[in-house]
Design a protein around this ligand. Sequence first.
Ligand SMILES: NC(=O)c1ccc[n+]([C@@H]2O[C@H](COP(=O)([O-])OP(=O)(O)OC[C@H]3O[C@@H](n4cnc5c(N)ncnc54)[C@H](OP(=O)(O)O)[C@@H]3O)[C@@H](O)[C@H]2O)c1
Length: 292
Amino acid sequence: MRILVTGAEGQLGRELLHTAPTSHEVTAYGRAELDITDVDGVESEIARRKPDLIVNTAAFTAVDRAEQESELAFSINAEGARNVSRAAMAHGARLIHISTDFVFDGARGRPYQPDDPPNPQSAYGASKRRGEEYVSEETGGSALILRTAWLYSRFGSNFVTAVLQRMSDGRPLRIVADQVGTPTWARGLAEAIWRAATVTQLQGLHHWTDAGVASWYDFAVAIQEEALSCGLLRQPVEIRPTTTSDYPTPARRPPYSVLDKSITWSGLAIQPPHWRAALRSMLLELGEAKDV
Ligand SMILES: NC(=O)c1ccc[n+]([C@@H]2O[C@H](COP(=O)([O-])OP(=O)(O)OC[C@H]3O[C@@H](n4cnc5c(N)ncnc54)[C@H](OP(=O)(O)O)[C@@H]3O)[C@@H](O)[C@H]2O)c1
């Protein structure tokens, strides 16, 4: 199978390349090689490569910046996704597109099913939702749209790497405790994508995160405990819980965005680890990479 990955220099893109099955020909496109907002470039590259499958991980992911730069966010997350879908359909490629828990408002207080009504509260969430709609329309529902959440990886900057840096600098932290979701190692998502690509034919809207539930505060405490126990940190710092209202950000975030993954987990026949076990594995790997 010929597989084309967009956004290949992002954290999920890099995890996909790290875990790519050797039996397939995977071509990685960073933004410089393929800008998904360039409609002609997307069309001609997909026409030239004729992939069997495209995995679209390219996105504008700066959630707060998207409030000021919503036009750019929509041009990448919505129109860019539409460009990729159109070219995929025109050249007979299957599409796996990645979306987000931020399409929900977080007011339900129970895990979201894929068919629950979206109600994005931020420009980023709205741009990703529009992207989902375009992908679904352009592909007649044949694309797999995988919503995920709270991604981290040793590649790139994310909550885990940012918090670890502050802890290493000995700086105390105040972290919101009233936003709840599921931390997800991009490695597990990458493996799920490869399984969806090669083993099953899932279509339509699906959810994927690691197992379990946490607030950002719980997540930060776990990062510190695990980093201390695997030797990535020498000294703990004080971590204090705070509230969203005491820590306002330009973008509104869902207070509760846990996704119900049961259909996807059984469709892929994978039971992902609890987020804390995944975090431990990622930190151990980070420690080994630092030792090299
Ligand atoms: N990170 C999360 O917590 C999270 C949560 C839920 C869902 N998601 C979704 O998961 C997917 C992967 O996210 P990620 O965390 O891997 O994001 P990421 O690390 O920010 O990677 C996204 C990549 O897309 C590239 N990109 C931006 N604009 C592009 C364009 N016009 N054409 C081609 N490439 C472009 C970025 O390049 P530049 O760096 O040059 O801009 C970056 O390399 C995205 O769809 C995201 O919306 C992420």
